[in-house]
Design a protein around this ligand. Structure first.
Ligand code: 13P
Ligand code: SF4
Length: 304
C-alpha cells in the first residue's frame, strides 16, 4: 500500500470501529497530520477521558497510553509499538521509591506523569510539565519528594517555598541540549526568542526567554508578536509550530534532540494496530485504582 492508501484505510477503520488517534507533539509529522487530537501529556490525558470513542490509538510512548487506560478503562487503548517506552520513566522503580519514602517520611510524593503505572500508584499526586506548579501549590504538604525528573523538579523548586527533594532522573534527549547549543543558535539568530521545555538542564533554562510544556511552547509562539524562535525541546515540535504560524521562523536548538521512542508510531504501525486491535495497554485493576487517585488529584488541581 502506498501512503495515501494507508491513510484512507486508517480513516475507514476509525469510522468502522469508533476509534480516535491521539498524538503527542513529538509524534512524526505525518502521524500528527492524521491524528484527531495532538497535544502535550496533560492535554492528551484529558482528551483520552473526554473523547467519545471505543478505541484510542496512542501515537506516543507507553506511559501516556497507560495514563489513558488508567483514566478510561472502558476504552480499548492501543499502542502501535510496545517498545515505545520513555527512559526517564524507567529511572524510578517501586522498590527505589519505597526506600526514598522511608528516608523522607513526611514528604508527599509528587510524580511526573513520565512514570510507570506502578510508581503512580505509590505516589500521592501526579503532575505534568504543564501543571507542576499548580499541583504542588494545591497539596497541603510543605515537603515534597519529586520523582523522577530532577530538571523539572529543580525548576519547580525555584518557584515555590516548599522543600523539594529531587530524584536523580532526567530525559536523555533534553539532557543532550547544552548551553553551547543555545549560544550557537542565538549567535546565528540574534533576534530569535529562546523557548525551552523544563526537562532541559538548569543552565539551559537560565538562558530561556520562556519555559513551557510542549503545548505551552506552541501556544506562546502562536500568540507572540515576535517572528523568530529557537526551540529548546524535541525537534519534531517544529512541525506544529510552523503549521500554526507559517509566517514565523522556528529553529531547533539541537538537531540531536530527537526522541526515537516517540517515532515508533508510524502510519503502517497505526494501521496494523487498528486492524488487529493490538497491542492493548491495560493496567491491573489493583494498580489502576491507586494510580487513578494520583491522576485524578492532578486533574482536580487544574480547572478546565
Ligand atoms: P509535555 O507534557 O510537555 O508534552 O512533555 C512530555 C515529554 O515527554 C517531554 O519530553
Ligand atoms: Fe521520555 Fe525524553 Fe522521549 Fe519525553 S523526550 S518521551 S521524556 S525520552
Amino acid at each position: 500500500m502506498n501512503k495515501e492508501q494507508i491513510i484512507r484505510r486508517i480513516s475507514e477503520l476509525k469510522k468502522e470501529k469508533n476509534a480516535v488517534i491521539l498524538a503527542h507533539n513529538y509524534a512524526r509529522a505525518e502521524v500528527q497530520d492524521i491524528a484527531d487530537f495532538v497535544g502535550d501529556s496533560f492535554a492528551l490525558s484529558r482528551a483520552a477521558v473526554d473523547l467519545d470513542a471505543d478505541i484510542i490509538v496512542f501515537a506516543g510512548v507507553r506511559f501516556m497510553a497507560e495514563s489513558a487506560s488508567i483514566l478510561s478503562p472502558q476504552k480499548k487503548i492501543l499502542l502501535p509499538d510496545l517498545d515505545a517506552g520513555c527512559p526517564m520513566a524507567d529511572m524510578v522503580t517501586v522498590k527505589e521509591l519505597e526506600k526514598a519514602k522511608k528516608k523522607y517520611p513526611g514528604a508527599a510524593v509528587v510524580c511526573y506523569v513520565n512514570s510507570s503505572a506502578e510508581v503512580k500508584a505509590k505516589s500521592d499526586v501526579c503532575c505534568t510539565s504543564a501543571n507542576a506548579g499548580e499541583v504542588i501549590a494545591s497539596i497541603p504538604e510543605n515537603e515534597i519528594l519529586f520523582i523522577p525528573d530532577k530538571n523539572l523538579g529543580s525548576y519547580i523548586a525555584s518557584k515555590t517555598d516548599k522543600k523539594i527533594h529531587l530524584w536523580d532522573g532526567y530525559c536523555p534527549i533534553h539532557q543532550l541540549i547544552t548551553e553551547a547549543d543555545v549560544s550557537a543558535a542565538k549567535e546565528k539568530h540574534p533576534n530569535a526568542v529562546f523557548l525551552a521545555h523544563p526537562e532541559c538542564r538548569p543552565e539551559v533554562l537560565k538562558l530561556a526567554d520562556g519555559i513551557f510544556s510542549t503545548s505551552g511552547i506552541i501556544k506562546y509562539a502562536a500568540a507572540s508578536d515576535k517572528k523568530e524562535f529557537i526551540i529548546g525541546t524535541e525537534r519534531e515540535m517544529i512541525h506544529k509550530l510552523q503549521k500554526d504560524s507559517p509566517e514565523k521562523s522556528f529553529y531547533p536548538v539541537s538537531e540531536y534532540a530527537y526522541c526515537a521512542n516517540m517515532k515508533m508510531a508510524t502510519l503502517p504501525s497505526i494501521l496494523r494496530a487498528l486492524e488487529t486491535e493490538t497491542a492493548v495497554i491495560a493496567v491491573p485493576e489493583n494498580v489502576r485504582v491507586k494510580a487513578k487517585k494520583s491522576l485524578d488529584r492532578m486533574l482536580a488541581a487544574v480547572p478546565k
